[in-house]
Design a protein around this ligand. Structure first.
Ligand code: 8YV
Length: 333
């Protein structure tokens, strides 16, 4: 190796695939984290000193203070399609490029959202716990009778790429009637391709047999499903959240599930995760998974490689593959 060649320094904030770290090492001096220590803000800020680039995941918050303490930083590549851990206006003001990992996780995440919805509807977790507890001693006509998925009305809140993937699965695979609500309506041709009809939010809540949340988190979306919204849903309906914690008021949802104001829920994301609201741990009619919707081996590897590709492109004089704020940087990095 030519030791005279300048190699930018890069932080990899969490443990990731060794082969992806090895790829980064071909180009950069890499400060990685194989022990997977969770850096607090002060430690993340300190570790970023002298780094031109950073590889982050959804739990690593990068805000104005972190950026101000590291004026040499040029790019932060998030291994996630969601980027609510980034203060994007602060990135723009600091002239730091942000990237995410769209597309590579769409189908895997849609698979999981559909599976979680089905598990909630057909009471899979609840009945499995019953069996494991040794309580299965007879057949019963109404044993864990749930609600059908095929032919039911699928409601989708947030109709981006993943929402469209779930709509396709529902309409084409399960003969579901698909309705959706999104800030902006999809072009007619896209609606037709996924067999979905736009409705207002109140209609979505009222008509969905199975409501799936796939919208990005923003302060405006905070608790956009809370007690008042849950009260508008059918008592037989299910709610599935694969979007972000904070979109649902988890405390209100725990009450609605306990009081059977809705039938069941499937949750992959939680307010304040990895902590989970104790009320949710206490009710049987909810399927709980630890934020794994994108977690197939192939997809997580593709996400990590895309984040690495962004770092390599930008720090070797090229262009980011999946930039979030290109053209909005107010100061040249
Ligand atoms: C990630 C996600 O696993 O991509 C996203 O937005 O929520 C998940 O796929 C998580 O954010 C870790 O980076």
């Amino acid at each position: 190796m030519n030791t005279n060649t300048f190699r930018p320094a890069v932080l990899v904030a969490r443990a990731v695939f060794p082969e992806v770290v090895a790829r980064l090492r071909q180009h950069f001096d890499v400060d990685d984290n194989p022990e997977d220590i969770i850096y607090n803000k002060a430690e993340l800020t300190r570790r970023l000193h002298g780094k031109a680039g950073a590889f982050t995941t959804g739990g690593d918050r990068v805000d104005a203070e972190v950026l101000a303490a590291n004026p040499q930083l040029r790019i932060v590549a998030n291994m996630a399609v969601g980027y609510n851990n980034f203060d994007l206006p602060a990135f723009n003001a600091a002239g730091v490029l942000a990237t995410n990992t769209p597309d590579v996780l769409t189908e895997t995440t849609a698979d999981f959202g559909f599976a979680l919805m089905m598990a909630a509807a057909r009471r899979m977790a609840e009945s499995e716990h019953f069996l494991r507890a040794g309580r299965w001693d007879r057949w019963a006509y109404d044993m864990f009778a749930g609600s059908d998925v095929h032919g039911a009305t699928l409601g989708i809140l947030g109709m981006g790429r993943i929402g469209q993937g779930i709509a396709k699965r529902g309409a084409l695979g399960f003969g579901m009637k698909v309705i959706y609500h999104n800030r902006s309506r999809l072009p007619e041709a896209t609606e037709a391709a996924v067999n979905a009809r736009w409705v207002d939010k109140a209609t979505l809540l009222k008509e969905a047999d199975h409501l799936v949340l796939v919208l990005p988190y923003s302060p405006e979306n905070h608790h956009c499903i809370a007690a008042a919204e849950l009260a508008q849903m059918k008592p037989t309906a299910t709610l599935t959240n694969i979007a972000r914690g904070g979109i649902v008021d988890d405390a209100a949802l725990a009450v609605a599930l306990r009081e059977r104001r809705i039938a069941a829920a499937g949750l992959d994301v939680f307010e304040g995760e990895p902590a989970v609201h104790p009320g949710l741990l206490d009710v049987p009619n909810v399927v709980l998974t630890p934020h794994i919707a994108s977690s197939s081996v192939a997809t997580r590897l593709a996400m990590a490689n895309l984040a690495a590709d962004n770092l390599i492109a930008v720090l070797t004089g090229g262009t980011a593959l999946t930039p979030l704020n290109a053209g909005q940087l107010q100061r040249r990095a």
